[in-house]
Design a protein around this ligand. Structure first.
Ligand SMILES: Cc1cc2nc3c(=O)[nH]c(=O)nc-3n(C[C@H](O)[C@H](O)[C@H](O)COP(=O)(O)OP(=O)(O)OC[C@H]3O[C@@H](n4cnc5c(N)ncnc54)[C@H](O)[C@@H]3O)c2cc1C
Length: 429
């Protein structure tokens, strides 16, 4: 990014309280624009929208690459679950020759090209360990740790939280977990069924990831069993030759949500049959109503259901406890397994580093105000990508945040003192 980080100068440099506070930290940098935490799609989209409006920003990223969730923590066979037109970031579409559901590598290529186009160069290997608003100064103080435990403090007027809904793997408490002799792994470190060939694998969790991992295991001649604890809506990925998601969006323009839900359920029943017969009982609320109220995403079937019907994938109820090489289920039955894969989701890590109690809930690390009002807090604090609406939500947040910051940026530009650039941003700093 062609802008510079500047050491504290101008007015603050003559303020004795400010100087004293700055001296106490190991290294301190003033950032004229916003600091964005996280270089996933949300952080990149926000930086690009800001850049387009002439506002420079700094992105801090804990890993060594952009889109670390996609590059480092997803399985090989992953494709976008939604058609590409619903997953584009602002200001740049997908290449025309990409398929409707781009592969993980194609999506990463797109994000790399996006970062290049807007000259976004995050500061990698910097984990934000604390961020708090200094009321006396009227600035955010953002602390990061990087190589060999070295620390850095950034001082900025705006802070954009882009650490994502999937920052940390969620693992359930199961009786006897320490006792199980086989491998236990979260989907964030599952790559391919290849290494489970011939093995009996228990997959815990029946969201999109759990269902797809089962299919992948099947395709690699492993023997998967799926644990289904809750009710779940399974919908075909496409209906009448159109993506189910796209069709729902279109129908919602004309029809009330409950009617669209009725339609989705009738077509699903015709195409997939009664899923309850295979252990996948539908919730009482329809798929869109449930998504709106609880954020729970329906599963878009990419072929797993056929394998469940054929018996290649078995379905079991909740786990009661684990033994050395076996699993006891709540129905009293016990079966042997070689490995367990936890498709039990992720959680936000915001409460662990953001010292602010108003905007984000300490319980789940999401903005307290729900979509579409969760993107803006007080004192220049913003959240992007916490809408439970995937990349579509990211684009909406990023556009609004950039617009809002630009207004303040232009107002403040009238009063801003000139700074001497002392340190230029570089990805290797
Ligand atoms: C398997 C899977 C498939 C998906 N498929 C789709 C899809 O098809 N369509 C769709 O719309 N959505 C999909 N999603 C939703 C997904 O959340 C988004 O695709 C997207 O990755 C969210 O972007 P993000 O930038 O908000 O979060 P992330 O991609 O998680 O990026 C957050 C970044 O913040 C960094 N970070 C976290 N904490 C810190 C810290 N303290 N300091 C510094 N950096 C930090 C992380 O390392 C990470 O790079 C999928 C999710 C998963 C898990």
């Amino acid at each position: 990014m062609e802008y510079c980080l500047r050491e504290i100068e101008g007015k603050q440099a003559h303020d004795p309280i400010f100087i004293e506070k700055m001296k106490s930290s190991s290294r301190c940098l003033y950032v004229p624009g916003p600091v964005i935490v996280g270089a996933g799609p949300s952080g990149l989209a926000t930086a690009a929208c800001l850049k387009e409006k002439g506002v420079p920003s700094v992105i801090l990223e804990r890993s060594n690459c952009i889109a670390s969730l996609w590059q480092l923590k997803t399985y090989d066979r992953l494709r976008l679950h939604l058609p590409k037109q619903f997953c584009e970031l602002p200001l740049m579409g997908f290449p025309g020759d990409f398929p409707t559901y781009p592969s993980k590598q194609q999506f990463v290529d797109y994000l790399e090209a996006y970062a290049r186009k807007f000259d976004i160069r995050p500061r990698f290997n910097e984990t934000v360990s604390q961020a708090e608003y200094d009321r006396a100064l009227g600035f955010w103080r953002v602390r990061s740790v990087w190589a060999k435990g070295k620390a850095m403090e950034y001082v900025c007027r705006w802070l954009v939280v882009a650490t994502g809904e999937n920052a940390e793997a969620m693992t359930p408490e199961v009786e006897g977990m320490g006792r199980f002799g086989g491998e236990v792994r979260h989907t964030s470190s599952y790559k391919s069924g290849e290494e489970f060939r011939g093995k009996r694998v228990l997959v815990v969790g029946c969201g999109n990831s759990g269902m797809e991992v089962c299919l992948d295991l099947c395709n690699h001649n492993a023997n998967p069993t799926l644990v289904v604890r809750d009710t779940v809506h399974v919908l075909p990925q496409e209906m009448l030759g159109i993506s189910t998601f796209g069709l729902s969006m279109w129908l919602l323009k004309w029809l009330p949500l409950r009617l669209v839900d009725r339609f989705l359920l009738i077509v699903s029943q015709l195409m997939l049959g009664n899923t309850a017969r295979f252990g996948l009982v539908r919730p009482k609320l329809g798929p869109l109503e449930l998504k709106n109220l609880s954020g729970k995403t329906p599963v878009l079937d990419a072929g797993t259901l056929a394998k469940i019907k054929s018996g290649d994938i078995k379905v079991r109820p909740s786990i009661k406890s684990l033994k050395r090489h076996a699993v006891e289920f709540v129905n009293g039955k016990t079966e042997n397994f070689d490995a367990i894969i936890l498709a039990t989701g992720y959680k936000s890590n915001v409460p662990s580093w953001l010292k602010e109690k108003e905007m984000f809930s300490e319980k789940d690390g999401y903005p307290r105000r729900s979509f579409p009002n969760g993107w803006k807090g007080e004192c220049g604090l913003y959240a992007v990508g916490f809408t439970k609406r995937g990349l579509l939500g990211t684009s909406m947040d990023a556009t609004k945040i950039a617009h809002d910051i630009q207004r303040c940026w232009e107002d403040e530009a009238k009063h801003r003192l000139p700074f001497t650039p002392l340190l230029h941003q570089s990805s290797t700093l």
